[in-house]
Design a binder for this molecule. Structure first.
Ligand code: PAF
Length: 283
């Protein structure tokens, strides 16, 4: 596995892979790798012979009040995990390498994607995400890129951007990876104290309950919303509980197979998100 820090080195590597007829898979990350990330690498590996994993804590997607400075960074540990997962190239650029002109031109998210769920509570966040993902596509020229369903709104908006801007990249979704007790894996879980971690289980427990409701025949979206709202309390402060269409992100009144129940909450000072597409069972 090689580690590079510049766009030029990645471009050269991509040219070599292409020349050798090896399809390229991209796994974009902000580092602090966990099993959720290595599962993305495994999925990329199924169709790509050359896998590039980017590690970049992207300042553009953090508001000044958010955790950019304290976001966990541990390149050495990440490199070990990436190598063990079978990554071929790690691209770990500096902020200056990614944004040499300072404030870059950006990808603006249309209203219907920006004003709902995390877009409402984190203004500008998805502009930052889509801008860096678009740059990563241009730099790495992947055939496919893998994104986790845990960041479901991010995945939906990336799909839409890829189609609207004609990026020749296949977007591959990866299932949410959970701990045995249901907690969705997230780099931010490491901020949680033991007590907070127990409180955080309220998110996945509410989603499990939503799946049970769906399986028992309930279809009124309001009932699912109410169930997720119960996440609040016990050290958890609810940010949103929404029931939306998986592609349009619009609120629905009646749920169907694939409708997404999405929840965001603060546990202590840590913001966590989780979601579940109804009708697929809950592991
Ligand atoms: O999901 C993430 O880790 C980030 O939002 C991404 C896609 C790597 C862009 O910075």
């Amino acid at each position: 596995m090689r580690l590079v820090h510049t766009r030029a080195e990645v471009r050269e590597w991509s040219r070599e892979q292409r020349g050798a007829g090896r399809p390229i898979g991209l796994v974009p990350t902000m580092g602090s790798l966990h099993v959720g990330h290595t599962s993305l690498v495994e999925i990329a590996r199924r169709s790509a012979e050359a896998v590039v994993l980017s590690i970049f804590v992207n300042p553009l997607q953090f508001a000044p009040t958010e955790d950019f400075d304290r976001y966990p960074r541990d390149l050495e540990a990440d490199l070990e995990k990436a190598a063990a997962a079978g990554v071929d190239l790690v691209f770990a650029p500096s902020v200056d390498e990614m944004y040499p002109q300072g404030r870059p031109w950006v990808v603006i998210v249309p209203e219907q994607g920006a004003d709902v769920l995390c877009g409402r509570t984190r203004p500008g966040h998805f502009t930052g995400v889509l801008t860096v993902v678009s740059k990563l596509f241009s730099i790495t020229t992947p055939d496919l890129a893998v994104f986790g369903l845990k960041d479901f709104q991010q995945l939906t908006l990336i799909r839409r951007m890829t189609s609207d801007l004609d990026h020749p990249v296949e977007i591959v979704p990866a299932p949410i990876v959970r701990e045995a007790d249901g907690l969705a894996l997230s780099s931010r879980n490491r901020y949680l104290s033991q007590t907070e971690r127990e409180s955080a289980l309220r998110l996945s427990a509410s989603l499990r309950k939503c799946e049970e409701l769906f399986e028992s025949g309930e279809r009124r979206a309001a009932v699912f919303r109410e169930t997720m709202t119960e996440v609040g309390g016990g050290g958890v402060s609810l940010e949103y509980a929404e029931v939306v269409h998986p592609e349009t992100l619009e609120h629905v009144d009646v749920v169907d197979h694939g409708t997404v129940c999405a929840v965001a909450a603060r546990v202590g000072s840590t913001r966590l998100i989780d979601n579940h597409a109804l009708g697929i069972g809950f592991n």
